[in-house]
Design a protein around this ligand. Structure first.
Ligand code: CP
Ligand code: NVA
Length: 303
């Protein structure tokens, strides 16, 4: 594993290894055991979109590991004024030990990896959000003890989160169902791969999707960059919500997850959100531990 550009690039075994390392790093942090695996290393963090969790967890993660992190807003970088990503990649490779980038196009992240000579981590694109799903799988394993054989149901927009959850869930042996409007389905190629490689369903009927689910997951109806479509989307997604009716058809001990930020009374009711706040905020916390595992795996000289 050289980069983390999308989950499709890494094997199920590599995902399991990352989750095991994440558990270990979480245990060590909780018990005050410090391991400076990345002493002297610097991570550049390029942000073309807003972030709370990704920014703070990567920055804290680097400090925990004995390294440092630079927050680089595209508003201040020459990349924001049109300097090609190919050149940015080659320049930054001379200064940094790794780059985490949050941007719009997946192609930009892939180009950064192609032209740079240091590990690149995808901190979210319009296409996928691999770091989030590693933390999600870690949280599912923490709460359910096993991942394989569990049913993961995602309700809402077939967006970056849906795409990564499908790939991560199927790779880890979950059955995955998506409940979304017909016009907002996940990526066609990813759905085709999922149907060929596991137990996968995509339907517009959310009660069918949620039936007997062990994990219910949702995300905003309008992602970053889609603010102009918010009104149209509110109409299209009306009813695509995790609420008591959906909970009633899932398993009685089903957990609820949300990558956050959440829009209460849109994709999830306040009631369900608060009833499952422990799971949702464990999930947010696990961003830190899962990403530290990714950073150690990609940036450490110890191997
Ligand atoms: N879930 C997530 O990636 O949150 P941020 O947008 O705050 O980083
Ligand atoms: N789908 C959301 C996820 C935010 C973490 C977005 O892209 O804005």
């Amino acid at each position: 594993m050289q980069h983390l550009l999308k989950l499709a690039d890494i094997s199920s075994e590599e995902i399991t290894q990352l989750l095991n390392l994440a558990d270990q790093l979480k245990y060590e942090k909780k018990n005050g055991i410090e391991h400076h695996h990345l002493k002297g290393k610097t991570l550049g963090m390029i942000f073309q979109k807003s972030s709370t969790r990704t920014r703070v967890s990567f920055e804290v993660g680097m400090y925990d590991l004995g390294g440092s992190a630079l927050f680089l807003s595209s508003n201040d970088l020459q990349i924001g004024r049109g300097e090609p990503v190919e050149d940015t990649a080659r320049v930054m490779s001379r200064y940094l030990d790794g780059i985490m980038i949050r941007t719009y196009s997946q192609e930009e992240v892939e180009t950064l990896a192609k032209y740079g000579s240091i590990p690149i981590i995808n901190g979210l694109t319009d296409y996928c959000h691999p770091c989030q799903v590693l933390a999600d799988l870690m949280t599912i394993r923490e709460h359910k003890k096993v991942i394989e054989g569990k049913k993961l149901c995602y309700i809402g927009d077939g967006n970056n989160m849906a795409n990564s959850l499908i790939v991560g869930g199927i790779k880890m042996g979950m059955s995955v169902s998506i409940g979304c409007p017909d016009n907002y389905r996940p990526d066609t190629e990813i759905m085709k791969w999922a149907a060929e490689n596991g137990n996968f369903v995509c339907t517009s009927d959310i009660l069918e999707a949620a039936k007997d689910a062990d994990v219910l997951y949702t995300d905003v109806w309008a992602s970053m960059g889609q603010e102009g479509e918010a009104a149209v989307r509110r109409k299209a997604f009306s009813g695509y919500q995790i609420n008591d009716s959906v909970m009633a058809v899932a398993k009685s001990d089903a957990m609820v997850m949300h990558c956050l930020p959440a829009h209460r009374e849109e994709e999830i009711t306040s009631k369900v959100f608060e009833e499952h706040a422990v799971e949702i905020f464990d999930e947010a916390e696990n961003r830190l531990h899962a990403q530290k595992a990714v950073l150690v795996k990609l940036l450490s000289d110890e191997k």
